[in-house]
Design a protein around this ligand. Structure first.
Ligand SMILES: Cc1cc2nc3c(=O)[nH]c(=O)nc-3n(C[C@H](O)[C@H](O)[C@H](O)COP(=O)(O)OP(=O)(O)OC[C@H]3O[C@@H](n4cnc5c(N)ncnc54)[C@H](O)[C@@H]3O)c2cc1C
Length: 462
C-alpha cells in the first residue's frame, strides 16, 4: 500500500470496530489525502504519520549531502561503503554555488586528491600482500577482497565531502516530513535541492515498481506540507548571533575524547544549544555557563525558542538531563503513557495492592457505590487466585507503579501533548503534574512547558 494509505488504514483501525481487511477496503473507497489533511495537519495527530513508511534512494549525491540526509535519529538506511567500493571511479561533485575560477581550483584540488587515493590504495595493496600472505585455507578471491578492503581503509583518508555516493533509506512519513523540512533550510544548495526533489518524488507516480499494477504517488499530502523548517533556520541564526555577542571563551585543553558529566541541566541544555554555533569544546562552554546567573543561562533557552511555531518540537539541544518520573497511576492512564517511546520505562508487578482511582463525576452521577463495589470485589477475587494468572483481573482503574526516565525535551513533549483538552482526564492530570514536578525541581525549565491545566475543558473536542 502507498504509505499515506496504510497510515489511514491503521489510524482508522484504532477508532473503529472494523477488521483490518474492512479498514483497507474502506481506504480503497475514501480519500486518504482528505483524512491526513484534517487529522495529521490540522488536528496535529502527528503519530498517524508513523504508520506509513517510505523507501527512498538518493543516487550520485555528495558524501556531504548524504551525511545531512542521514542526520535523523529515527532513520534506517545504508550508504555506499568506502571499504568495499572503489571511489576513484565516479569523479566528484562540484557544489552548485561555486562559479568561475573557484570551480577550476576546486576541481584541480579534487582531482589531485582522487589521484592520491588511487595511488595510496595501490601502494597499500602491494604492501599488505607482502605483510599478510594468503593463508592456504583461504580462497584467493576472499583473500583479494580482504586485502583490497584493508587498503581502502587507508586510502579513505583521501576521500572528501564532494565524492558521490548512494543512500537508501526507510523512514516513516513523519520522519520524512521532518527530514524534507530540515534539508530545505540547509546552508548547502545541493541539500536544499534534494529536499525539494524528495517532496516532488512523494507527489509523483513512482517509476520503479516491483510488479505490474496501478501506480500511485506515495505521499502526496506530505509533499504539499513539507515546507522549509523556518524554526530550525531562525533559531540557529538567533543562537549564532547571541553567541557572537555574549560568549567569550578562553582557549583550553583539547582532548580527543572528553567525558563531561553535567550536574546542572540548565547549563547542560544551554551549552548544548550553543555548541553547534561556536567552536569551543563542550566542557569549555558548560564551565563558562556554570559561572553565569540562572537568568543569563535561561536567556539562551529563550533565544532558542523565540521563533518556535505551534507545530515545532523543541530543538534537539533541549534533549538534556535525565528525569525519573515515578508514577503511581491507574492502568488505563499507563496504557496511554506507555506508548511514549522516547524514554525508558520500568514497571512493578501488577499486585492490586495500591488500590484504585475514583474518577470525578461518579459521585454526582450516583454511580460511586456501584463502582466501588465492583472494584473491591474484583480486587478481592484477584487475591484468591494464583499468580501470574490473577493479574488478568486487574481493572484499569487500579493503581500500579511505573518509572519513566526521560530527557527534558521528552518531559516537555509528553506533558504538553498529553495535557491537551483532547485527551482522557486521567492522563491529562498526570501530564499536568509532570509539569508541576518540573516547576518544583527545575523552575527555569518548568516554565518552558506549555501544558494545559486539567480545569481547562472542552469535552466535545476530539
Ligand atoms: C489525543 C490522542 C489520541 C490517541 N489515540 C490513540 C489510539 O486510539 N490508539 C493508540 O494506539 N494510540 C493513540 N494515541 C497514541 C499515539 O498514537 C502515540 O502512540 C503516542 O502519542 C506516543 O507517540 P508520540 O510519537 O506522540 O511520542 P513519543 O513516542 O514520546 O515520541 C516523541 C517524539 O520523538 C520521536 N521519537 C520517538 N522515539 C524516538 C527515538 N527513539 N529516537 C528519536 N526520536 C524518537 C517521535 O517520532 C516523536 O516525534 C493517541 C495519542 C493522543 C495524543
Amino acid at each position: 500500500m502507498p504509505p499515506e494509505k496504510s497510515a489511514y488504514a491503521l489510524a482508522r483501525y484504532s477508532r473503529s470496530a472494523d477488521s483490518i481487511r474492512q479498514s483497507v477496503d474502506w481506504v480503497r473507497t475514501h480519500n486518504s489525502q482528505q483524512f491526513l489533511e484534517s487529522f495529521y495537519f490540522q488536528y496535529g495527530h502527528q503519530s498517524i504519520a508513523d504508520l506509513g513508511h517510505t523507501v527512498l534512494c538518493f543516487e550520485g549525491v555528495s558524501e556531504l549531502a548524504a551525511s545531512e540526509i542521514e542526520d535523523e535519529v529515527l532513520w534506517d538506511g545504508q550508504a555506499r561503503s568506502s571499504r568495499y567500493q572503489d571511489f576513484s571511479k565516479a569523479g566528484f561533485i562540484t557544489p552548485p554555488e561555486m562559479t568561475g575560477d573557484e570551480v577550476t581550483r576546486y576541481q584541480a584540488a579534487g582531482a589531485a586528491l582522487l589521484q592520491a587515493y588511487k595511488e595510496i590504495h595501490g601502494l597499500m595493496d602491494t604492501w599488505l600482500k607482502g605483510q599478510l600472505p594468503c593463508p592456504e585455507e583461504m580462497k584467493p578471491e576472499a583473500y583479494k577482497r580482504n586485502i583490497a578492503a584493508r587498503a581502502f581503509d587507508v586510502a579513505r583518508y583521501l576521500l572528501f565531502w564532494g565524492i558521490p555516493t548512494n543512500v537508501g533509506q526507510v523512514t516513516s512519513i513523519r520522519t520524512l516530513e521532518k527530514q524534507i523540512r530540515r534539508l530545505r533550510v540547509s546552508e548547502f544548495a545541493e541539500v536544499r535541492e534534494l529536499g525539494l526533489e524528495v517532496a516532488e518524488a512523494c507527489a509523483a507516480t513512482p517509476e520503479c515498481l516491483w510488479s505490474e499494477g496501478e501506480a500511485e504517488p506515495l505521499a502526496p499530502t506530505l509533499a504539499r506540507h513539507a515546507d522549509p523548517d523556518e524554526y530550525l533556520q531562525k533559531s540557529n541564526a538567533d543562537l549564532a548571533l547571541w553567541a557572537q555577542q555574549n560568549l567569550k571563551i578562553a582557549a583550553g585543553e583539547e582532548r580527543r575524547v572528553d567525558l563531561v558529566r553535567p550536574n546542572d541541566v540548565l547549563s547542560e541544555i544551554a551549552a548544548t544549544l550553543l555548541y553547534p554555533v561556536c567552536d569551543a569544546s563542550f566542557r569549555q562552554i558548560y564551565d563558562t555557563l556554570r559561572q553565569w546567573s540562572a537568568a543569563r543561562r535561561s536567556e539562551v533557552l529563550d533565544v532558542a525558542l523565540r521563533s518556535r511555531g505551534r507545530r515545532d518540537d523543541m530543538l534537539r539541544g533541549f534533549r538534556g538531563g535525565q528525569y525519573c518520573y515515578d508514577m503511581l497511576i491507574d492502568i488505563g492512564a499507563y496504557r496511554d503513557m506507555h506508548r511514549h517511546r522516547r524514554c525508558h520505562q520500568f514497571r512493578q508487578a501488577y499486585t492490586g495492592q495500591h488500590g484504585y482511582d475514583v474518577p470525578n463525576g461518579l459521585m454526582e452521577a450516583g454511580a460511586e457505590p456501584a463502582y466501588r463495589a465492583a472494584m473491591d470485589a474484583a480486587l478481592a477475587a484477584m487475591r484468591t487466585l494464583p499468580n501470574p494468572a490473577r493479574q488478568y483481573l486487574l481493572p484499569f482503574g487500579a493503581k500500579s507503579r511505573f518509572l519513566f526516565k526521560m530527557d527534558f525535551a521528552e518531559a516537555e513533549y509528553i506533558s504538553r501533548v498529553r495535557s491537551g483538552v483532547k485527551g482522557h482526564f486521567s492522563y491529562r492530570e498526570i501530564a499536568w503534574e509532570m509539569k508541576l514536578r518540573m516547576d518544583e525541581v527545575e523552575p527555569e525549565l518548568g516554565r518552558l512547558i506549555d501544558a494545559t491545566p486539567p480545569w481547562v475543558e472542552d469535552p466535545l473536542k476530539r
